[in-house]
Design a protein. Structure first.
Length: 227
């Protein structure tokens, strides 16, 4: 989407992932040295340290959120294909089924590898990211709005453009830019892409898993506006 903005630059080799205290200068310096009209991607747990880092750089952030149930299903499919993920050994152990993975992501639990901390349940894990919501200089977008109706895509993209540009003086330019940005919405370009749809969790969670999710994280769905 962002690549539809005229003159914007992006280097796929630059990105940030994980907790702030794990970062090195090798990871942080490329972000500090981004040129104007550039962006990078990331997958960052919220922390005061991260918030301060971006505040000192006067850098705007776009936070994309998704229905936690669909996100959980996406990870249950993605992690067994990704050896660098810390859950890979647990998810690929003998006899560990797709349903086991979904249940594990809902509840959390110990990892197969000794010495590693337990993985949090979906509520705690998701909230480690959703702390970015309502922070200064952070604009939130729902994944579902980017694949919804044409009008919803237009409204969502326009709000994002206004946030990034502090408004475009010429309304003709604004419309052209929104059109170009929408043409660049390509969820299939993501490494975690599988179907690019919402609501798939209904087909992959049986009644027991749905009830378990509701018991463990029903309030999270309400907080995020998904129920």
């Amino acid at each position: 989407m962002l690549l539809g903005i005229p003159g914007i630059k992006y280097n796929s080799q630059i990105g940030l992932y994980g907790h702030y205290h794990y970062q090195t200068d090798e990871k942080l310096n490329p972000i500090k040295n981004l040129t104007p009209h550039s962006f990078a991607n990331g997958h960052l747990h919220y922390s005061v340290e991260w918030e301060t880092f971006f505040k000192e750089l006067n850098m705007k952030q776009v936070f994309v959120l998704r229905d936690p149930r669909d996100l959980l299903i996406s990870y249950a499919h993605f992690i067994p294909k990704t050896q660098i993920d810390h859950l890979y050994p647990t998810f690929t152990q003998e006899g560990f089924t797709h349903r086991d993975r979904i249940k594990f992501l809902i509840e959390g639990g110990p990892l197969l590898e000794d010495g590693k901390p337990d993985h949090p349940g979906i509520r705690e894990w998701y909230q480690s990211f959703s702390g970015w919501l309502n922070r200064p200089n952070v604009h939130a977008i729902r994944f579902e709005d980017m694949i919804a109706s044409a009008q919803m895509k237009w409204n969502t993209t326009g709000e994002l453009l206004d946030f990034l540009s502090d408004g475009v003086d010429n309304p003709l330019h604004r419309g052209d830019w929104i059109t170009a940005m929408i043409s660049n919405i390509r969820p299939e370009a993501s490494v975690t892409f599988r179907k690019g749809k919402s609501g798939g969790w209904k087909d992959e969670m049986d009644d027991e898993l749905k009830a378990l999710f509701q018991a463990r994280a029903g309030d999270l769905l309400e907080e995020l506006g998904y129920e």
